[in-house]
Design a protein around this ligand. Structure first.
Ligand code: G1P
Length: 295
């Protein structure tokens, strides 16, 4: 796969209030799902899609995440002295050509503000954004070609920013950014059929966390994005809106007016690791799959 996207921004500044008490002393991104911390799967997904530079956007309480991706030299030496080389090697799983850096958001002004905070590191490159609360099912998809990898290919092909979407229940539309589709572009949704896997369509805009009556569709922003670098210019001009926060979806709407933006339908399913019920279901699902492999 050729890729023009080598940077991924992962905002990790949220306090994780929906995950208390688990997230009181441990960043929610480091809570286990089966045998690995949640963010481990998100980074594996990024690397499988060809990402080389990962930029975490956090704050002072999140330095444990940075440590998770760094070499713990003392532990490494101790394990090797005890002959546990395989275990030591398994901790240094990050490929040599992949870097992880962390930058701080400063003020908690919203997702759009967090993404903009990564600009000094991303520079002029086009880039991906992965929201770490969302863990895609790696057991039913091929991370090297589906979802994020597919979106990067689509972007390389047509230079249009790609936003991953999935169909949600009526009762859930208020939790998400909801896509407003271009007239006549999206036949499967209009006739209520199930969604096709990984297809890209033009999108007219997004409504952030609408009420059911204002929701323009049932297609929700999942938390995977591939952006033309110009999104930074729009983010810099975006004013706070829903929830008093600088919303990424508002900047995407502005990007639509100057360059094409497409939604990509999701393949497989995802888990919301920032929500206690969904997190517990994810833990059970991943643990069962991993235990089955050991037998
Ligand atoms: C954010 C985005 C929203 C998206 C959601 C996916 O909301 O603003 O558009 O649908 O992530 O999880 P948050 O969950 O941070 O409130």
């Amino acid at each position: 796969m050729t890729t023009s996207i080598s940077h991924a921004v992962i905002p990790v500044a949220g306090f994780g209030t929906r995950m208390l008490p688990l997230s009181k002393a441990v960043p929610k991104e480091l809570l286990p799902i089966g045998n690995k911390p949640a963010i481990h799967y998100v980074i594996e997904e990024a690397i499988a899609a060809g990402i080389k530079h990962i930029v975490l956007v956090g704050h002072s309480q999140k330095s444990a995440i940075e440590n998770y991706f760094d070499v713990n030299a003392e532990l490494d030496t101790q394990l090797r002295q005890k002959g546990k080389d395989a275990l030591a090697d398994s901790l240094n799983w990050l490929p040599d050509d992949v870097s992880v850096s962390m930058i701080r958001q400063g003020k908690p002004l919203g997702l759009g503000h967090a993404v903009l905070a990564a600009r000094p590191i991303v520079g002029h490159y086009n880039f991906a954004v992965l929201l770490p609360d969302v863990v895609l099912n790696p057991f039913t998809t091929d991370l090297r070609q589906d979802n994020l990898a597919f979106m990067i290919d689509a972007f390389n092909h047509n230079q249009q920013s790609q936003i991953l979407v999935d169909q949600v229940a009526d009762s859930d539309v208020h939790k998400y950014g909801i896509a407003k589709l271009c007239e006549g572009e999206f036949a499967p949704m209009q006739s209520n059929e199930s969604l096709a896997d990984n297809q890209s369509f033009g999108v007219a805009g997004f409504v952030e966390k609408p009420s059911l009556k204002d929701a323009p569709s049932r297609l929700a922003v999942v938390g995977r994005y591939v952006f033309d670098n110009r999104i930074f210019d729009y983010l810099a001009k975006t004013q706070p809106s829903v929830g008093g926060e600088i919303q990424l979806t508002d900047a995407i709407d502005a990007l639509i007016s100057t360059s094409g933006v497409q939604v990509t339908t999701m393949k497989g399913n995802s888990f919301d690791a920032g929500d206690m019920t969904s997190y517990m279901k994810a833990f059970i699902y991943f643990a069962e799959k991993q235990l089955a492999k050991q037998q």
